[in-house]
Design a protein around this ligand. Structure first.
Ligand code: CU
Length: 142
């Protein structure tokens, strides 16, 4: 019985140490922080940016997403869904951001974005337009 308790204590201690270690991990040195890039299959080119700077940790903010074809033509009929999280912490976004307006010229406003802690965040966009769908992931370090 005592042995079992020792084992349990050791397992809990290891789990706590692992979580602590993950929380304090720094992002990879070669992390791609580009705010504009082609989607995974090259269907679209996407640019993202907060609607207002500075980007603060804590409050809700809006982002502007600009979608174009590889040739640079704006894509105005896109359906965009937003996902993301912190790869090193194993959790998703604290909110459920969504597109609230198509602004024309391939621009869309995403509202409800919040980064509630420091570290490496991923913002993942799934984009469908004109019968094609593709996805892109942006990295951010808060
Ligand atoms: Cu986190």
């Amino acid at each position: 019985m005592k042995k079992l308790i020792y084992v349990l204590v050791a397992v809990v201690a290891l789990a706590v140490a692992f979580v602590g270690w993950r929380m304090t991990m720094s992002p990879p040195d070669d992390l791609d922080l580009a705010r504009s890039k082609p989607t995974q299959a090259g269907t679209f080119v996407v640019a993202v940016g907060p609607e207002s700077e500075p980007l603060l940790q804590g409050p809700l903010h809006s982002w502007i997403v600009t979608v174009t074809t590889p040739a640079g033509a704006p894509v105005d009929d896109a359906t965009i869904s937003v996902d993301g999280g912190m790869p090193q912490h194993g959790h998703g976004l604290p909110t459920a951001p969504a597109v609230t307006a198509a602004l024309g010229e391939g621009r869309y406003r995403i509202e409800g974005v919040r980064f509630n802690m420091g570290g490496w965040w991923e913002l993942k966009l799934a984009i469908a337009a004109g019968g094609a769908s593709d996805a892109v992931t942006f990295n951010l370090v808060m």
